[in-house]
Ligand binder design. Structure first.
Ligand code: DX5
Ligand code: ZN
Length: 221
C-alpha cells in the first residue's frame, strides 16, 4: 500500500482566486492538486485546460498536479498537458479508441498514466493494461459535476481492484473520486483506496486544514 494522498479537486475552488486557493489547500496539508478537465462533449460540463495548469506552475505550485481528463478525444491534448506541467494524466477508456496507445503516449511525454473507471465500467477493462499503469481512478459518482453523493457500489469495486493491484505486485495507486467526505473516507480507505479526491468536502469547509486533518485521521484510524 502506498502512503496516503489527499488530492483536493479544484473544481470546487473559487476560480476567481485559483492560485490563492491552491496555495491554501497545500498549506493546509493537501498532497496533490486534482485538476478536472471537462469538454462539454464526453461530459456535460466545461472547465479548464492546459493554460490554467501552466498558470498554476508559473504561480509557483510545486505539488504534483493530477490531471483528470474527461475529454474526447484524449490523445490530442496529452502533449499540451505534459508541457503545461501535469504530473499524472488519467483518462476514461470510453474516450480513447486505443487505450494501450494512449497510456504509452502519456508515459512517453514523461507523465504518470492513470485509467479512470466510471461507476458502470467493469473492472475487466484493466485486464491487459494494469501493469502499464501508475494509477487506477475509480469514479464514485458519474463524472461531470462536483457535490454529488457517493455511489455505494464503489466500495466492493475498490476491494476488487485492490486485489488486482496487490496480485500484480506493482506500486499502482488506487484513487477514488466523487462524494468523498470526512465521514465516509474511513470505509473507503478500508476498501483499499490510498489516494482520495475531495472537492466540495474540502473547498466547502470553512477551515481547509481542519477538514484535511480529519480526513487523514479517519484514513489512519
Ligand atoms: C467529477 C470530478 C470530481 C469532482 C469531485 O466529475 O471528477 O473530481 O470534483 O467533487 P466532490 O468531491 O464534490 O464529489
Ligand atoms: Zn476528478
Amino acid at each position: 500500500m502506498q502512503p496516503t494522498v489527499i488530492a483536493p479537486s479544484i473544481l470546487s475552488a473559487d476560480f476567481a482566486k485559483l492560485g490563492a486557493e491552491v496555495d491554501a489547500v497545500l498549506a493546509a496539508g493537501a498532497d496533490w492538486v486534482h485538476f478536472d478537465v471537462m469538454d462539454n462533449h464526453y461530459v456535460p460540463n466545461l472547465t479548464i485546460g492546459p493554460m490554467v495548469c501552466e498558470a498554476l506552475r508559473r504561480h509557483g505550485v510545486g505539488a504534483p498536479i493530477d490531471v483528470h481528463l474527461m475529454v474526447e478525444p484524449v490523445d490530442r491534448i496529452v502533449p499540451d498537458f505534459a508541457k503545461a506541467g501535469a504530473s499524472l494524466i488519467s483518462f476514461h477508456p470510453e474516450a480513447s479508441r486505443h487505450v494501450h496507445r494512449t497510456i504509452q503516449l502519456i508515459k512517453s511525454h514523461g507523465c504518470q498514466a492513470g485509467l479512470v473507471l466510471n461507476p458502470a465500467t467493469p473492472v475487466e477493462v484493466l485486464d491487459y493494461v494494469l501493469e502499464e499503469l501508475d494509477l487506477v481512478l475509480l469514479m464514485s459518482v458519474n463524472p461531470g459535476f462536483g457535490g454529488q453523493a457517493f455511489i455505494p457500489s464503489a466500495l466492493p469495486k475498490l476491494r476488487r481492484v485492490r486485489e488486482m493491484i496487490d496480485r500484480s505486485g506493482r506500486a499502482i495507486r488506487l484513487e477514488i473520486d466523487g462524494g468523498v467526505k470526512a465521514d465516509n473516507i474511513g470505509e473507503i480507505a478500508a476498501a483499499g483506496a490510498d489516494t482520495f479526491v475531495a472537492g466540495s468536502a474540502i473547498f466547502g469547509a470553512p477551515d481547509y486544514a481542519e477538514v484535511i486533518g480529519r480526513m487523514r485521521a479517519a484514513v489512519d484510524a
